[in-house]
Design a binder for this molecule. Structure first.
Ligand SMILES: *Cc1c(COP(=O)(O)O)cnc(C)c1O
Length: 454
């Protein structure tokens, strides 16, 4: 950092870092990367890191998948860009929509493209507002989500996100309501069984709908497993308890599958893993295996028909992004779906998930300061606690999870601190040997940091 010409100093001078712990990056310098191989990335100094976070959940096929890069190159040569306005769109866009409905849990549906997951959630909210108004229910505008949900960073999707950091923006906007996070280990009351906890959350939903009026609520959004909230699988029976209540009140259930979609939980969709049928699916991140910024709203049969009718009524749906349905993004997504589903990546997640869980559980059992292991498939979190029995967290000023993640980085392992948890969501191509490397480095870092702080 002393040399002003270093990559780290140049990054520090010219970047406004997002979602980055500034004291830590000033002290350590940014990790500036040049390339990748399989699940590994390399920095400007030639140091290799096993990226146990798949980039940002999305690089599921690793960092140098030749077939994906070739699909991108071929499409850049054939037709490098187009929009999807005014009744024109690329052939790739047509094929991808067909494919997405085909691999979705829906018999029939319609697809709309965005450039990100945030925009896909914003788009879905605009669709619901448009649809309800068109059907004579203009008051149906409130959006229900949960605390600790992550739905993105645009004004609407940040309002849906249930994290306290959005207060600095004066968000959420009015009409975005957050219900209890379905994390039994943390939010279950003393003496409350998991079943009672779920019943309490269902009651809360029912009471909220009664208090606000069903005729003021546009939709309910949920990640099957909360991702950026700390990898939180739902309490047992949660979706089975809430879905009938939403149905009864005519409130669409939207599954935000930006992380869970395309294999992360061991099935194509997280809603399949948890046994519920949403009215629409939000996809992004793994949709292109991280090679292109793209999101999609996949409407199930009911919403597809109603949206189509609403649009027909005023002769258009006045919404879209310049790069919606970009042909290169669509070509990459078509290839990515094929790679994940037919080149053994989804199978690898299914096959190795029990091994991943067992390895992490063994680490937890050997440690005095891991209070909970939670997750499914290839998405897991270990939660650090000062005291296992009382679930007491470490003092926030100790920055325990940041220290663990920084120590991992020093050891050549990238993982992510989230609250007091460490998140591990490796690429789907991970081998057993690479998994063992991850376990070893992680445990070494945990032992070092816990010895310092405990
Ligand atoms: C990442 C994420 C988003 C936002 O996607 P961006 O592409 O970053 O805008 C939305 N929902 C979930 C569940 C996510 O994990």
């Amino acid at each position: 950092m002393n040399n002003p010409q270093s990559w780290e100093a140049r990054a520090d001078e010219y970047s406004l870092y997002g979602f980055t712990d500034l004291p830590s990056v000033h002290e350590r310098g940014a990790v500036v990367l040049t390339h990748g191989e399989g699940p590994y990335v390399f920095d400007v100094n030639g140091k290799r890191y096993l990226d146990a976070n798949s980039g940002l959940w999305n690089m599921v096929a690793g960092f140098d998948h030749k077939g994906l890069a070739d699909a991108a190159k071929a499409q850049y040569d054939r037709f490098p860009g187009y929009h999807a306005f005014f009744g024109r769109m690329s052939d790739q866009t047509v094929m991808l929509s067909e494919k997405l409905v085909d691999v979705s849990p829906f018999d029939h549906g319609r697809v709309f493209y965005t450039n990100s997951g945030s925009e896909a959630n914003d788009t879905m909210v605009k669709m619901l507002w448009f649809l309800h108004a068109s059907e004579g229910n203009p008051k149906r505008r409130k959006i229900l989500t949960r605390w600790n949900a992550y739905h993105g960073v645009t004004v609407v999707s940040a309002s849906m996100t249930g994290k306290p950091y959005n207060e600095v923006f004066g968000l959420p906007m009015e009409g975005f309501l957050h219900l209890t996070c379905p994390h039994y280990w943390r939010f279950g009351e003393p003496g409350e069984t998991e079943e009672q906890f779920v019943a309490r959350l269902a009651r809360e939903l029912e009471e909220t709908i009664e208090r606000e009026g069903a005729d003021t609520i546009a939709g309910f959004f949920a990640e099957p497993v909360m991702g950026a909230g700390g990898v939180i699988p739902p309490a047992k029976g949660y979706f089975q308890a809430i879905q009938p209540i939403l149905k009864k009140h005519g409130i669409p259930l939207i599954s935000d599958e930006v992380i869970c979609g395309f294999g992360r939980t061991g099935n194509t969709w997280g809603c399949q893993t948890y046994g519920f049928t949403p009215d629409a699916i939000i996809s992004s991140k793994n949709l292109t295996a991280g090679l292109f910024p793209m999101g999609a709203v996949i409407l199930g049969p009911d919403l597809a028909d109603r949206m189509q009718a609403a649009a027909e009524k005023i002769e258009e749906f006045p919404h879209g992004f310049t790069a919606s349905g970009h042909p290169v993004g669509c070509a990459i997504a078509l290839k990515a779906i094929d790679v994940v589903m037919n080149e053994g990546l989804a199978d690898n997640v299914k096959r190795l998930a029990p091994r991943l869980e067992a390895g992490l559980r063994a680490i937890m059992e050997r440690s005095e300061h891991i209070g909970e292991l939670r997750g499914i498939g290839f998405m897991w979190a270990l939660e650090a606690v000062k005291d296992k029995a009382t679930k007491t967290p470490f003092d926030g000023s100790l920055s325990v999870s940041e220290r663990i993640a920084n120590t991992c980085t020093d050891l050549g392992l990238i993982c992510r601190p989230l609250g007091q948890s460490i998140v591990l969501c490796p690429p789907f191509i991970l081998t057993e040997a690479q998994m063992d490397e991850m376990f070893e480095k992680l445990e070494q870092a945990l032992n070092k940091v816990f010895a310092e702080v405990a």
